[in-house]
Write a protein that binds this ligand. Structure first.
Ligand code: EPU
Length: 425
């Protein structure tokens, strides 16, 4: 397994081009199942999770063609065409590699009237059930049984519109039901829906495919079902979590990075929190610049559904706060087990005390390099950030977690002056 070695202590300066959002790309790719015409996606990032979903879609019968490789400042252009669905089963072997595979459930059921999708199972950051996906589809008239670790869903007469109120905000359940509703008979209302920019991006693409959706960007989505959807071309929104991660790299090293294609509008709560911590933001023609010229102050952060502080930036925020002046209280409200980076950060000298869902971080003047490893994507990248600021050498093990969500991470950071390299095994 590859490792990443970092020799810390260099302020990063330069530009980083932000790619298309992984968490927008995954549902968008599954939306290709809703039509027999071609869905062309541009700005597709080259990530392990995208390859995993591609394998799943191909076995369902989706043609996946790379129309153009990554060019200049844009990601790949791909054409997905589900002319014939040859299998409505998403097997365990593929689903267990990535939970987002469950997003094929809504589209398959809506288009084919039947789907058999493996239950995703446990996960490093929490139990992550899919009960809201199942309950919503049941309200839309599907019959659902759980058998042998699989979700067996059928709707021989087709799905019908329903009024669905989510008891908690779920990105994935909103996306699954939104896609299913585009082909249901009648009107579906999704209340307390997720408003994440990735959900909005999916809704916009569905509209381009002929869907009728009102309330895009709000917590109430109203969908009028259609008999069929058609092909479309859609550019994937830029990755706000990649943007937030690299702006914290500038902040933690006392440097300055321009985030090309970065959209601060999608990071408003992060921007507010980090401004209070002493980070300066300036818009540029291509995106915006994040810089820290003076001290770094401890500030509190609590994760919440969008537009609140994203859980996918909580670990990175903790790495940053571990070298701030003063204390910071970081509270995780989305996932029950998303502090796995804490013991690893502590091995690098961070002072963190966890009480339930909150972590009290007392800033230290500097971290020291160490061999570390993490069990999920965002925890891993928080250790990279810590390594960039630490004195001495840090080796991050299990780099495959990083490859799931960060394209050419070491190249992008090295181009800004980081002493970072991948050790191949
Ligand atoms: N939940 C339920 N029942 C459900 C669905 C969700 O109880 O049926 C709970 C979850 O257990 C969790 C909360 O609701 O406590 C929110 O989960 P959500 O469904 O919103 O998460 P998700 O759709 O599984 C997506 C991202 C995650 C990101 C979360 C929260 C994708 C592919 N994944 O997951 O991204 O953390 O939303 O914003 O979009 C990552 O990229 O590293 C990552 C984990």
């Amino acid at each position: 397994m590859d490792k990443i070695r970092i020799r810390g202590g260099r302020p990063l300066r330069g530009s980083i081009v932000i790619g298309g959002a992984k968490n927008a790309a995954l549902p968008l790719m599954t939306a290709s199942l809703l039509t027999d015409e071609t869905l062309t996606l541009t700005n597709l990032p080259d990530l392990a999770d995208i390859a995993t979903l591609t394998n799943l879609l191909v076995q369902h019968g989706v043609g996946f063609d790379v129309v153009a490789g990554a060019q200049g400042h844009g990601g790949r252009v791909v054409a997905l065409k589900a002319a014939d669905i040859v299998s409505t089963t998403a097997p365990y072997d593929l689903v267990r590699k990535m939970r987002a595979s469950v997003l094929v459930l809504g589209p398959l059921l809506a288009r084919c009237g039947v789907a058999k999708v493996s239950l995703p199972g446990g996960c490093a950051i929490g139990t992550r059930p899919v009960d809201l996906h199942i309950k919503g589809l049941t309200q839309m008239g599907a019959r659902i049984d759980l058998e042998g670790g699989y979700i067996l869903a059928s709707a021989p007469e087709g799905l019908r519109g329903a009024d669905i109120v989510f008891p908690t905000v779920s990105v994935g359940a909103t996306e699954n039901l939104l896609m299913a509703a585009t082909l249901a008979k009648g009107e579906t209302v999704l209340a307390n829906a997720a408003r994440e920019p990735e959900v909005t991006d999916l809704a916009r693409c569905l509209v381009a495919m002929g869907a009728e959706i009102e309330g895009i960007g709000t917590d109430t989505l109203r969908i009028r079902g259609k008999d069929r959807l058609h092909g479309a071309e859609h550019r994937i929104v830029s990755d706000r979590i990649e943007t937030g991660t690299y702006l914290m790299a500038a902040a933690i090293t006392g440097g300055e990075i321009e985030l090309v294609h970065g959209d601060l509008d999608h990071l408003q709560s992060v921007g507010r929190t980090l401004s209070a911590a002493g980070i300066e933001f300036t818009p540029t023609e291509r995106g915006f610049r994040a810089a820290r010229t003076n001290g770094l102050h401890g500030v509190d952060a609590m994760t919440e559904p969008y537009p609140g502080f994203p859980t996918d930036l909580q670990a990175q925020m903790m790495a940053l706060m571990s070298v701030a002046d003063g204390a910071s209280m970081i509270t995780e409200t989305i996932f029950e087990n998303r502090f796995m980076h804490v013991p690893e950060l502590m091995r690098m000298g961070a002072r963190v005390t966890v009480h339930g869902a909150s972590a009290l971080v007392r800033g230290v003047p500097r971290l020291t390099g160490a061999p570390v490893m993490a069990t999920d994507l965002r925890a891993s990248v928080s250790l990279v950030l810590a390594g960039l600021a630490a004195q001495g050498e840090t080796v991050v093990n299990r780099v495959y977690h990083l490859d799931r969500g960060y394209e050419r991470l070491e190249e992008k950071l090295a181009a800004c002056g980081a002493d970072i390299e991948r050790l191949k095994e």
